[in-house]
Design a protein around this ligand. Structure first.
Ligand SMILES: *Cc1c(COP(=O)(O)O)cnc(C)c1O
Length: 435
């Protein structure tokens, strides 16, 4: 497998290079040189396969000989060891639940696969790989639990003090082993700025082998294609015909993976991107002007993104042609008030408790159906378990939430965390003193 940069198609790198240096020098993003088309017999008979079998087929088509088949199978068996079930709420609406992994959010797919690929490519005798990650909550948990115990790696997580929920904080701070948590007395943007500065600090890079676990990493994108194929397989075996996927979107990595799956031959009628009031993409699809904005805080805080980093990949998949994007993708924006109403409605009508991100995908699917009635299944993606967002979910609905097993176990564990201010030098000193 070779990849090019979206800013320079003549630049070609190997899969391994793109995994460890996720950002090309020219600040584009890596994309596969060739998007393989899966054979039609595989798609026709897809309901015969399990999730790991589908994942291997798709990953092998994309990655080629960058990882030998037996090793790739082992990586997938270890990384994708939980289900992603499709549940119908009524005859035409279903939810694809992506929160059955260890951090109870869909980011487990990306983080677990990427951590194992990084571990695989790190040879014995290589310098320890230091993964730095800033998180507003979900990314950190998935990366921590994904890398926990992966040999040759160490993770340092920066999170904003007082701004993550209890379950999220437990997932960040109770791991020990090769995972370290830094509580920053500032915002998520401060955390992200400190990590960015570290990556461009030559002095630090001479001493430590730094890498990022950011959602722009191609090794996070690839495993996110798996569950679109798996959802389609489940729908097919349940007799569903055409499918429309509705995806709650922030950095647009999740829907980007869906569109990559589509380009590989997955038969999807349409994609819908739901956003909170950070509406750069819905505005773009309406008026053709791409105008990123500073991010605005909302209930669906994992989607508080004013300048979605993966959008350039979607532009690239559609050859920069807005009209071909519009044929496949619709996008709608929703306020916090609408999101709350949707969580109430889902609970009242279907006894289903959704996190705010999931509620936005539900709203987007509904709006698309109002504008495009037809006999297709609307499948909205549930990106996180509601237990991670106690303060954002209306109390009547939240009362019905059952803590998943793993969350109870974490709550009893000792927390280990180092507090630091918004101070790059303090962060750097911490990294150098704790080698
Ligand atoms: C990260 C996240 C999203 C947004 O996904 P993108 O790939 O950034 O669009 C949505 N919901 C939850 C719960 C998340 O953690």
């Amino acid at each position: 497998m070779k990849l090019y940069s979206t800013n320079n198609k003549d630049l070609r790198v190997s899969f391994q290079e793109a995994v460890f240096h996720a950002l090309p020098q020219d600040k584009g993003l890596y994309m596969p040189e060739v998007i393989p088309t899966l054979d039609s017999a595989f798609i026709r008979h897809i309901q015969q396969y399990s999730l790991p079998e589908i994942a291997f087929h798709v990953a092998h088509a994309l990655i080629g000989d960058a990882i030998p088949s037996a090793d790739l199978k082992a990586i997938i068996a270890d990384a994708i060891n939980f289900d992603a079930p499709v549940r119908f709420l009524d005859a035409e609406q279903a939810v694809l639940e992506l929160f059955h992994g260890p951090s109870f959010a869909f980011k487990d797919f990306g983080a677990r696969f990427m951590s194992r690929v990084m571990g695989y490519f790190s040879k014995q005798g290589d310098q320890l790989l230091d993964v730095l990650v800033a998180t507003s909550g979900d990314t950190g948990g998935a990366v921590a639990l994904g890398f926990l115990g992966v040999e040759g790696t160490r993770v340092t997580i920066l999170y904003p003090k007082g701004k993550v929920s209890k379950v999220q904080e437990d997932q960040l701070t109770t791991n020990g082993k090769n995972i370290r948590a830094l509580e920053v007395d500032g915002t998520f943007d401060d955390c992200q700025a400190m990590v960015k500065t570290a990556f461009s600090d030559e002095d630090l890079n001479r001493t430590l082998r730094l890498t990022s676990a950011n959602s722009i990493n191609i090794a996070r994108l690839i495993p996110q294609t798996f569950y679109y194929f798996w959802a389609y397989a489940q729908l097919k075996s349940q007799g569903a015909g055409d499918v429309v996927f509705s995806v709650p979107s922030g950095n647009f990595g999740n829907i980007g993976a869906g569109l990559l799956a589509y380009k590989m031959g997955l038969p999807v009628q349409h994609f819908v991107a739901g956003t909170n009031v950070n509406d750069t993409v819905p505005r773009y699809l309406t008026d053709g002007q791409y105008l990123p904005q500073p991010s605005i805080q909302t209930l669906a805080n994992a989607m508080d993104v004013g300048n979605p980093s993966n959008w350039v990949r979607i532009q690239d998949l559609f050859d920069q042609d807005i009209d071909s994007i519009r044929q496949v993708v619709s996008s709608y924006t929703f306020t916090d008030e609408q999101t709350k109403q949707a969580m109430d409605e889902l609970f009242a009508q279907y006894a289903y408790v959704a996190c705010p991100h999931t509620a936005i995908a539900y709203l987007a699917a509904k709006q698309y159906r109002n504008e495009h009635p037809g006999s297709y299944a609307s499948v909205f993606l549930s990106t996180a378990h509601p237990c991670k967002f106690p303060d954002a979910i209306p109390a009547t609905a939240f009362q019905a939430v059952k803590l998943p097993e793993g969350a109870e176990a974490l709550a009893g564990k000792e927390r280990r965390v180092t507090e630091i201010g918004v101070d790059y030098e303090a962060f750097k000193t911490y990294l150098l003193d704790n080698r």
